[in-house]
Design a protein around this ligand. Sequence first.
Ligand code: GLA
Length: 435
Amino acid sequence: MPPHSPHSAMTHPARWPRLLLILAACLALGLLAAIHHWRVRAMVEQQVQTAVRHAAVDSRLTPKPPLGFNDWNAVHCNVSEALIQQTAAAMVTNGLRAAGYRYVIVDDCWSAPSRDARGNLVADPDRFPHGLRALGAYIHSLGLKFGLYADVGTTTCGSYPGSFGHERDDAATFASWGVDYLKVDWCHVPYALFPDYTPDEVAQVLYARMSASLRATRRPMVFSVSNASDPSIHPWVWGRSVSDLWRTTPDIADTWTSILVNADENLQHGSVAGPGHWNDPDMLEVGNGGMTPAEDQAHFSLWSIMAAPLILGTDVRFMRRSVSHIVTNREVIAIDQDPLGIQAAIVFRHGDGEVLTKPLANGDRAVLLLNRGAPQLTLTVRAEQVGMARAPGYVWSNLWTHTTRISMGSISESVPPRSSVLLRVRATVSQKRTT
Ligand code: GLA
């Protein structure tokens, strides 16, 4: 029809009320949808907050970052009763227990492929012929503590039964086996059952549920949130309310790049770490052969200055002397375990050179000079840059070479490629003169 036809001119005005009506209906529908969305969001947020409130943890369990062993980085799914028993026994004879390592943690793949007829988790009878209660008792008999792996999803990352919908029963099972530490993963999460929740909210609810279930058993169990597989989950924001430690990074690999990636991510969340609640940049790779001894040493130094959990991930039954030398260095472990529990902060980064510092309970500072790249670097730092008060001089102790240097204010160290120098600095006291 031509645009200027008399018919078109006549009907035009009659369309307006209809259009207005449709517009008003759309607006009303939009408004209703917005109100519905707002109400659902308010309800979800309230449910999340309630779940988290009910899950309060006992922060006295981890006044210092936990120290121990976990089999995953060394053997992945090839875990067995023999391996764990031999590991625990080795930790007594090779000095690890004496150095402070306590938790012997069995990671994924310990379970039978399905629950028993009553719906309980059971250990794989081939891998753990005497069951996990007996294994826990053996670990305890050596003065060590027993750790285990679970998942808040329907199955674990290795596709073994998960604890979703079984939290109470599984927590009771873990308690009856004598578990002291539970690492809980984030695989195969039934997001579809939480249509209005963000992934981070689902995580808060499911981890809070597991936390409350552990607490209901009345057995003290360290609760480690292991949420690495989903970067949209931010446990450093809420983890403190429901757990003792939480992952801040993707899974670690036995490479220098992975160490730097995990350290960089972990360093972003320093303000939330402290006694009873720790950032976890993942288990150690020291000794697994993918890095040079200098890189392994820098990795251990970084984790220590970041007050990270020191969970060994190498086969400690056959630990080389060079590896044992790193992981049993008391002075370095003391940096990690310092009672203030403050995570290191970056003082500066220039190119591949980086300096980190961590305040210590007695007023000293730990200082890490890190060379991230290939060329040799000379790194210089002044005592005041790492937070030391003015003093006549400073004593800089190198915690790996066990040498000390005294300076009026600054220290310069030559740092070889992909390595670090870990120092502890203290102020000298002015000598009182006698006349
Ligand atoms: C995830 C965790 C790892 C390990 C595996 C086990 O990837 O981040 O630490 O527990 O699952 O399947």
